[in-house]
Design a protein around this ligand. Structure first.
Ligand code: CO8
Length: 377
């Protein structure tokens, strides 16, 4: 194989609704106060635990998050509801996730200078899909008028990088010529807004990427994929037990374990060294060193995590230019984080500049792609 495989287009769509830490904390604390008042007697007797209060200062200091986008804000801040009020769509209507997938996909296609007729595979890859079949990817394929095939895949935080890797392999193997990968991360329905420790973590967003060969590439900004690397290691520290069996187990579908929940401190301690080693090993495999990298588009779960990982690799903290942070505005967007960072911070790189896209999170799963900026056509 002589042609190189490239990332030729990137799209980012964000909802119009923003929720600040202050708004979120006010709603949560209102709920906690009401709960504590309602259960005052039992709390006094020690049979029910009082709800602790949240703080905007803690959230920003512990995570770097200042705000997040919400696909539907209505309902999230209502202390008697605490979940988005997303209207159900009829079977003939475009699904919510396909809609936000298309918003990002159309931007990515434009950036790649590529009509949908030249795409022959669609991967929708994210932490959750709103239904199991027909695949959201096939709905997206249909809306764009793409001939070929599409499928959904779920790998939590590494869904985007793992899908990019599959696209790279498909184009390398010749089973597809040009692949559209979309990450419609509609996280808000799975956030437990009643849980002080996790109510602030996630935001909604959608990203899309085009992967093809240099033979067909007409993009102004394309990046050769020099290598891919993936690893998974089973852990229960980040988990959701919601699934299609929930209905049959007679469990409460709104039980706390049916939402995203985690042992945040353990995740922090365990994932940081794994991610740092993963990147070092990937670079070594490609006979590169950390100083060869111009940019690090890292997963966006926690600012302190990213600073620690870059320090382990570089021996110093990466600068904001080297490892851009987007989670202050977007919060953790599951698998989309590293691709938001890529989308917003790649056009200034020069021909030959090298960078790494790396995700890390639930599973545990870590996925990376080392990429090099190509010459403009
Ligand atoms: N307000 C005030 N105080 C708080 C709050 C709050 N909101 N939350 C916790 N505290 C308190 C704690 O109770 C604790 O108090 P004490 O010391 O008295 O016990 C103190 O603050 C410190 O608590 P922690 O040790 O838990 O705080 P940390 O400094 O560890 O920060 C974080 C918590 C921010 C959660 C941090 O641990 C973290 O970010 N860890 C990494 C987690 C991570 O990366 N997870 C990946 C998740 S993403 C993913 O995998 C995708 C899943 C699929 C998508 C899901 C979409 C819904």
């Amino acid at each position: 194989m002589t042609a190189k495989i490239v990332i030729s287009g990137s799209g980012l769509w964000k909802p119009s609704h923003v929720i600040t830490n202050e708004e979120l904390v006010e709603a949560y604390n209102g709920y906690a106060a009401k709960f504590n008042q309602h259960h005052a007697e039992k709390i006094e007797q020690g049979t029910i635990e009082a709800k602790p209060f949240s703080s905007a200062e803690f959230i920003e200091k512990a995570s770097g998050i200042k705000a997040r986008y919400a696909y539907v804000k209505d309902g999230i801040l209502d202390i008697d509801r605490m979940r988005p009020k997303i209207p159900e769509r009829k079977e003939g209507e475009l699904s919510h996730q396909a809609e936000i997938a298309l918003n990002a996909a159309r931007i990515a296609l434009k950036e790649a200078n590529k009509p949908a007729s030249e795409i022959d595979a669609v991967i929708v890859s994210c932490a959750y899909t709103e239904r199991y079949y027909p695949a959201i990817a096939i709905e997206v394929q249909n809306e764009l008028g793409i001939t070929g095939f599409g499928f959904d895949m779920l790998v939590a935080c590494s869904a985007a990088t793992f899908a990019l890797q599959r696209a790279y392999e498909m184009v390398s193997a010749g089973t597809a010529k040009c692949v559209l990968i979309v990450n419609p991360e509609l996280t808000s329905p799975q956030v437990n807004y009643h849980d002080r420790d996790s109510h602030f973590i996630f935001g909604d967003v959608s990203t899309a990427t085009v992967v093809e060969s240099t033979d067909t590439c007409k993009s102004e900004h394309s990046y050769e994929i020099l290598g891919t690397r993936a690893i998974t290691h089973y852990s229960n520290n980040i988990r959701s037990n919601f699934g299609y069996i929930t209905n049959s187990t007679d469990a409460d579908p709104y039980g706390a374990d049916k939402y995203f929940h985690q042992e945040g401190r353990s995740v922090f301690k365990e994932v940081c060294p794994m991610a740092a080693k993963h990147i070092i090993d990937h670079l070594e495999e490609l006979q590169l060193t950390p100083s060869d990298l111009k940019r690090w588009w890292l997963h966006q779960a926690n600012l302190n995590m990213n600073l620690l990982i870059s320090k382990r690799i570089l021996g110093r903290q990466a600068t904001a230019e080297e490892a851009p942070i987007v989670l202050d505005e977007y919060a953790n967007t599951a698998s989309a984080g590293s691709l938001i960072a890529f989308n917003l911070h790649h056009k200034d790189l020069q021909e030959g500049d090298i960078g790494v896209i790396c995700s890390f999170g639930a599973g545990y799963s870590i996925g990376s792609l080392v990429i090099k900026k190509c010459a403009a056509p």
